[in-house]
Ligand binder design. Structure first.
Ligand code: ZN
Length: 274
């Protein structure tokens, strides 16, 4: 069975706004969409929610919340306020989850355990609002190459430990690009499925690791062009009880330069072949 497919809007961000993405998904019969907050806010949340609903699309996630660590209390409070706005936006969109990119070290800091504590404290602070809004906070472990500037949360095990620690309302967003290398990937995906409250897996993001990779942020590969066993990872999350969409999320200067209709047609063809 081919799982449902979703388009993460960053995939075509250089040429399409959110309205174009919604129409593009409808035109290509892609049933899911996952907006980033910049294009969402550019369109307006109310208008976007209505257009997405009218197009019959499922919102598989909103990208993104997080970025908790900051050098001082005022910075950390500002981050919490921004996360509260993100929770409200996810709620108004009916998003399946709010994807959390938790943040790196505060500028100038060498205190990695301290930054991890800020992430935990930040999540604990906003969790009541997320629960009240019915929005799952999907912790996305990022490849450790991003530990300094984007995410001190690097592994599925770390994310699941936070889920266990903080309780209901949290899940994990598994992005092939970020987790494929992890020697524990199979065991931790299995662990994610064994939560008493059902699977912890709230999202599954697909793109590929190119060899050679020429840029650590903007050279992600189209599924099928690299070395990640995406179908194998998808089978693992299926076995762990995740029945949701496969969301294609490409940050790629190569694909940003292409005609977005060609990008969507390629994504669809690769998805059907997987
Ligand atoms: Zn992702």
């Amino acid at each position: 069975m081919v799982a449902g497919l979703s388009l993460n809007t960053v995939t075509v961000k250089e040429k399409w706004g959110l309205a174009d993405c919604i129409e593009g998904c409808a035109r290509h019969a892609i049933p899911g969409i996952s907006p980033w907050r910049d294009v969402l806010q550019a369109m307006g949340v109310t208008a976007a929610a209505r257009h997405i609903r009218d197009a019959g699309l499922t919102v598989t996630g909103l990208c993104r919340g997080g970025m908790f660590p900051a050098p001082d209390a005022a910075g950390r409070a500002a981050a919490l306020d921004d996360n509260r706005r993100a929770i409200d936006e996810a709620h108004r969109l009916g998003a399946a989850c709010l994807v959390m990119v938790c943040g790196g070290l505060p500028p100038g800091s060498r205190d990695l355990p301290g930054a991890r504590a800020m992430v935990r404290d930040g999540l604990a602070a906003i969790l009541p609002e997320a629960l009240a809004a019915g929005v799952t906070l999907a912790l996305e472990p990022l490849h450790p190459m991003t530990c300094a500037d984007r995410s001190v949360l690097s592994t599925i095990a770390q994310a699941l430990d936070l889920c266990d620690d903080l309780g209901p309302g949290l899940g994990v967003a598994l992005d092939c690009y970020h987790v494929w290398w992890d020697p524990e990937v199979a065991a931790q995906i299995e662990r994610a499925g064994k939560s008493g409250a059902g699977t912890r897996i709230a999202a599954f993001h697909a793109c590929d690791w190119l060899v050679p990779t020429t840029d650590l942020v903007f050279d992600r590969g189209m599924p099928g062009d690299g070395v990640i066993d995406i179908a194998g990872l998808r089978a693992m999350v299926d076995a762990a009880g995740y029945a949701g969409f496969t969301e294609v999320e490409l940050l790629s200067r190569r694909w940003w330069a292409e005609d977005p209709d060609h990008v969507l047609a390629t994504i669809l063809a690769r998805h059907k072949a997987s």
